[in-house]
Design a protein around this ligand. Structure first.
Ligand code: ZN
Length: 400
């Protein structure tokens, strides 16, 4: 009798956990791509009092415990927003592009408000070393360091806290250009386009020594057009636009969350420890697709630096885009976004995902990425011969 009683108690507790719908306030995009806060059901939770789910566990800083539903509203808004959008991104890769790799991934730990630099051996670098803000990153798994009591960890997604940065602290004052909005327009139209990206990076990362690591400059979430779209359309930062203070709460921006999960999904072939124009362009491509916003798609179509209608100086391919200071995510992102127009919008997501599986970490744009699109087309395109000719045409118009 007692055994039966225990059985039913346990049974009801389990079913309770799985059937209880937890609704939380989180950041979504409305039809006009504006950030709004709404209540949404959190899918696939395995806890009834914390942000611990089947696929993601949201923790605070260096902690390994899921954030509790009793936490402050601020922290819960970040926890709920990252949890919800990470599940949405995972769904995209499992159900739209049928990624076996993503389907089989173990639960991923997601850290919010973490300022530590990533350390391949120690997991977290020392607290006082170069604290990080206004950014997000995805880190590869590690074996740990048992004699120092550092356990192994899996792939993790880290969100940095927002920090206000005054325009006066930027190297080379942008103040004279009449604020950031004016600077963006002037950069887009007048200067070499790859400077535009480093400009945005230095803007958000503060342009301090902290934006340079041993792996070269730390790239901010993807291409400048995505960053700009995010900036212009997020109510949480819009009020800072045109003023002299900037900040970015990466955990509250759906596209940054999609971008980071795309790195996870692509990590089967593209190592997480390396940021290259091809890796970043691919992550931005999927971020744009997962977002599924007409407004965002229109903006990318009009303003991408590859062949956007509204862009005065469209980019031609240059060797300098491959590596280093002029590494150009914008060019790759624009290129990938335009492939669908050539091979057919209905197969583009599968196509780009299959394309990614033909790439490895340090691929070049000109030799490897271009060749991979042609090889993918042999198998995926509806009219392989014709479509490959169209791709050739697209590439030769860009100086490849
Ligand atoms: Zn990235």
């Amino acid at each position: 009798m007692r055994a039966i009683f225990i059985f039913f108690t346990v049974f009801f507790q389990i079913t309770n956990v799985f059937s209880r719908e937890v609704k939380k306030r989180l950041v979504l995009r409305d039809e006009n791509f504006r950030g709004v806060i709404q209540e949404k059901i959190l899918p696939d939770l395995i806890s009834n009092d914390s942000y611990n789910g089947k696929y993601f566990k949201i923790v605070y800083g260096k902690s390994n415990n899921a954030i509790s539903f009793d936490e402050t509203e601020d922290i819960q808004l970040k926890a709920a927003t990252t949890y919800y959008h990470l599940n949405k991104a995972r769904n995209f890769f499992v159900n739209i592009v049928h990624s076996q790799y993503v389907q089989n991934l173990p639960q991923i730990v997601v850290r919010i408000d973490l300022i530590n630099v990533f350390n391949e051996v120690g997991h977290f670098a020392n607290d006082n070393l170069d604290p990080q803000f206004n950014n997000a990153l995805t880190v590869p798994e590690g074996a740990g360091y048992p004699s120092k009591e550092i356990g192994p960890w899996g792939i993790e997604v880290w969100f940095r806290p927002a920090k206000e940065i005054n325009i006066k602290d930027f190297p080379g004052s942008f103040e004279s250009l009449g604020g950031i909005k004016a600077s963006l327009i002037s950069f887009r139209n007048q200067t070499h386009m790859s400077n535009f990206q480093s400009f945005i990076n230095s803007l958000l990362l503060g342009g301090t020594a902290s934006s340079i690591s041993s792996n070269g400059p730390i790239r901010l979430v993807g291409s400048s057009i995505m960053v700009e779209a995010i900036y212009q359309s997020s109510d949480f930062v819009a009020s800072f636009f045109g003023r002299k203070i900037y900040r970015l709460d990466a955990a509250l921006v759906p596209e940054i969350i999609y971008h980071e999960f795309s790195h996870v999904a692509l990590s089967e072939h593209l190592e997480l420890s390396h940021s290259t124009p091809v890796n970043e362009g691919l992550a931005d491509y999927f971020a744009g697709k997962i977002s599924n916003s007409k407004k965002l798609a229109m903006k990318i179509k009009d303003y991408n630096l590859f062949n956007g209608k509204e862009v005065k100086k469209k980019q031609q391919y240059q060797m300098a885009f491959e590596r280093g200071e002029y590494a150009n995510t914008d060019f790759v992102f624009g290129l990938l976004w335009n492939i669908g127009e050539t091979i057919g919008i209905d197969i583009e997501n599968d196509f780009i995902y299959h394309l990614a599986s033909r790439l490895s970490t340090n691929v070049s744009i000109r030799d490897d990425l271009i060749q991979a699109t042609l090889d993918t087309c042999k198998l995926d395109c509806k009219n392989p011969l014709n479509d490959r000719l169209k791709l050739y045409k697209l590439y030769s118009s860009k100086n490849f």
